[in-house]
Design a protein around this ligand. Sequence first.
Ligand code: SAH
Ligand code: SF4
Length: 338
Amino acid sequence: MIRAALCGHSHAELRNLLAPLPSFRADQIFQWMLRGAESFSVMSNLPRAVREDLDRNFTIYAGSVEKRISDPDGTIKIRIVFPDGAGIESVLLVDASGRNTACLSTQSGCPLGCVFCKTGRLGLRRNLTAAEIVEQLFHLRLIEPDIANIVFMGMGEPLLNFDSLRQAIEIISHDSVFSPRRITVSTAGIVPGIRNLGDSGLNVRLALSLTTAEPVLRNRLMPVTAANPVPDVKESLLYFQHKTRRRLTLEAVLLRGINTRILDAQSIAEFARGLDVVLNVIPWNPVPGLDEEFHAPSGREIAAFTGYLKEKGLNVTRRFRRGTRVAGACGQLGADPT
Ligand code: SAH
Ligand code: SF4
């Protein structure tokens, strides 16, 4: 029998799971898990009989960390495998000012098949539960307790697993007192999902992986475009922004000689019109097996592309490569599928 995992549940769920144990016990256990307890035996304010009983019926984490790889730039990638064999990866990133960001997955694999993305090549194995999403944060906190930001930019499309995503954000922001303003959801552009997120009242930040707004090319690179046409995605962003009044991020993975044309820059400038956005350009990170088809752009290519957009008045930032040596950078997750 697989023992139920306690980590990643809300206070209320935990009380239900642990009934008939009194709710103050559930709260004590919750506090221990928040502090990173990895076994029931260390929970010294619980009677021994309770601890033994817990050990027989529950585990703390559902998944086990099967691998941990550190990059010299500070990035740490962990691979978590769940009892059914589904695997995911989660990443801890350190930015230039020393702040830590947890990059979490929402699905094992991804059904959307963006042609430049390693995860997309895996296909979807399954959605994660809310507890499995939250558990990643706990595993990363054992490595680095001080996490400033959370980005849903790991494996999978968050808005295709909306209910679990919503629950996970609620748990993270209510129980662990993590401000939703420090949480970013990244989407490939699921129109109903963006609208739902706008309506949800969750108050998180939103990033759209635009890559190009030129419809024919975008459809080739990101097949999700067929069911979610570029103008509809823009409409949904206008709606989201109207609802939340939050600045949006547009992301563009730059592929040498493919989406760095003036035509692509123009399409992005046009797309951004009327939206309060910052554009984040990400030079393509190499993925084994895809590196004959795609290449990172040259410095000159990036400069010309971003120069054009800056001239058009767009706020452009460049994301520096982090974690490429551990294959923990954008689009490199899932290099070894389970
Ligand atoms: N599915 C969501 C969340 C995953 S985020 C989304 O696509 O937004 C993954 C981010 O990495 C996306 O912005 C994607 O465009 C980008 N990406 C994918 N493959 C990449 C690669 N090989 N190099 C750099 N960025 C990549
Ligand atoms: Fe899925 Fe995002 Fe990768 Fe596209 S870029 S395949 S949506 S994880």
